[in-house]
Write a protein that binds this ligand. Structure first.
Ligand code: BLA
Length: 243
């Protein structure tokens, strides 16, 4: 269901950037489970380039039961740009939940004006994908923008409108990256490093997918995947509790 999105993302990345592979810890790049009704495969890809320090995407293919594309692009630490966040989920074609956002590192007004306001017209272009749904796992005011696309939708809308929106959001992201001035002041860079690390911790602690990973691939694998790859700068809750 989301394979055309992966194809587009890869084409864009390979055409625009000089990508290098970024290592995925052994055993986490591909895993097959036959626990569910349909065999499930989870596969991940990870790259880096001069402007982007971590580009990761993961595809879960459990046939009719589940199709999921999850991706985060982390700019290099000298760019204060938002992260690009993608979470497209389909369960049995009936439940389709899609989230696409420029995930802000900071919430101050100047930042919003610079990096979030430019999204306004795209958000307005896709009212069918901007449904103002309530968040149960996350806080909408932290690491999400007010112009995120967040919708419960159907396969037809995914194939048409969401694909168009995905292309538009990506284009705007590349444009912002092109125009971005790298920060020079070590204090500014340190603020960005901290905000990106905090994002990993926040996201790992609340990840609504950990149950899903555990049910397909086992608890131990799920924890390694979450803290060793997806949000590698996060420390497991149990480890912080022990300190
Ligand atoms: C929700 N994301 C979800 C849910 C799952 C995932 C299972 C809950 C769906 C439900 O309501 O039943 C799945 N999350 C994943 C997967 C990965 C993951 C498979 O990290 C990793 C491979 N989530 C993100 C990113 C964004 C994001 C980058 O990982 C930003 C666009 C958003 N996911 C997001 C939001 C929700 C969600 C906003 C709704 C959660 C809520 O209601 O609070």
């Amino acid at each position: 269901m989301y394979k055309p999105f992966v194809k587009h993302l890869e084409n864009e990345l390979f055409n625009r950037f000089n990508l290098q592979n970024r290592a995925i810890p052994t055993g986490l790049e591909l895993k097959v489970s036959d626990r569910g009704r349909n065999p499930a495969t989870i596969q991940s890809w990870c790259y880096q380039c001069h402007q982007l320090r971590k580009i990761r995407y993961t595809y879960i293919d459990a046939g009719e039961s589940a199709q999921i594309l999850n991706s985060v692009i982390y700019p290099s630490y000298d760019y204060d740009l938002p992260l690009l966040g993608v979470d497209f989920l389909s369960f049995g074609k009936i439940k389709n939940l899609v989230v696409l956002d420029f995930q802000p590192l900071f919430q101050d007004e100047a930042y919003q004006r610079k990096y979030i306001e430019p999204l306004k017209f795209l958000h307005a272009k896709y009212p069918d994908l901007a449904q103002n749904l309530e968040m149960k796992f996350y806080d909408a005011n932290q690491y999400f923008s007010k112009y995120l696309l967040f919708a419960k939708t159907d396969p037809e809308t995914v194939a048409t409108r969401l694909l168009a929106a995905f292309k538009d959001y990506l284009n705007l992201y590349w444009q912002m990256l092109d125009e971005a001035e790298p920060q020079k002041d070590p204090e500014d860079i340190a603020r960005i490093v901290k905000a990106q690390k905090d994002y990993d911790q926040y996201s790992a602690d609340r990840d609504p997918a950990s149950g899903l990973f555990s049910s397909y691939f086992g608890h131990e694998w799920a924890e390694r995947f979450l803290y060793g790859f997806l949000f590698e700068d996060a420390v497991p809750l149990a480890a912080t509790a022990k300190k």
